[in-house]
Design a protein around this ligand. Sequence first.
Ligand SMILES: Nc1ncnc2c1ncn2[C@@H]1O[C@H](COP(=O)(O)OP(=O)(O)OP(=O)(O)O)[C@@H](O)[C@H]1O
Ligand SMILES: [Mg+2]
Length: 243
Amino acid sequence: MIKLTNLTKVYGKLTAVNSINLTVQPGEVFGFLGPNGAGKTTTIKMMAGLLQPTAGSIEICGFDVQNNALAAKAVTGFIPDRPYLYDKLTAEEFMAFVSRLYSMQDPSKRISELLALFGLADWSNELVENFSHGMKQRLVMASSLLHEPKVLVVDEPMVGLDPRGARLVKDLFKDLASRGVTIFMSTHTLEIVEAMCSRVAIINKGDIIAEGSVEELGRLARMENSHLEPIFLKLTGGDEAIE
Ligand SMILES: Nc1ncnc2c1ncn2[C@@H]1O[C@H](COP(=O)(O)OP(=O)(O)OP(=O)(O)O)[C@@H](O)[C@H]1O
Ligand SMILES: [Mg+2]
């Protein structure tokens, strides 16, 4: 479960995230949408404990991200938009390193399972510096799942993945959600949201301007039975944006 309460981030004069409230239940795949610069990554970094909120709070599975940071991080998997890896480690060494950060006992079986799941089994002894962007993205995803997180926070999961990789991630997220994992993901790929997300929120200039299922957003935009793209454009661009 994820609960954001009056969550706010101010950078100088700019309010990047303006007192937002959201609750995401276990088993939900929640889509976090919004134009460039709307505040998605800022929100996600606060959820992952990487940025200090200016005001408000975040609970992950009942643990306050600021006051109980270690407990919150122990149940969270975070996949950033730009993977940060160590060039001079092999894929397997990187996985072993992350498993130690989570104090995992005897992680080797899980490491090989995850490397295989993400199509990296043949690359496990290869240095990360030789990996393509998509392979790095796969490795970060694999490492984020090592400790079997209950909440997965993902910033732009599909960027850089090939069609097979994107399919894998879609199936994986659905499977994790069916087993009770809470998934919170930002994305610009609206077809993926339509295919995967039970609920979405749209953030625009730091404010949540709409929240609900795709159908509910359609009603809000007075565009019932439309695809998400025209709904999104209308809700984020005003009336002049519709054809
Ligand atoms: N460290 C920072 N210092 C000052 N302003 C920042 C900082 N990080 C982000 N911002 C500003 O905060 C706003 C929100 O940025 P954020 O990265 O959260 O947007 P986003 O919704 O993730 O956009 P995108 O879709 O492009 O990834 C932007 O106006 C950005 O310029
Ligand atoms: Mg972003």
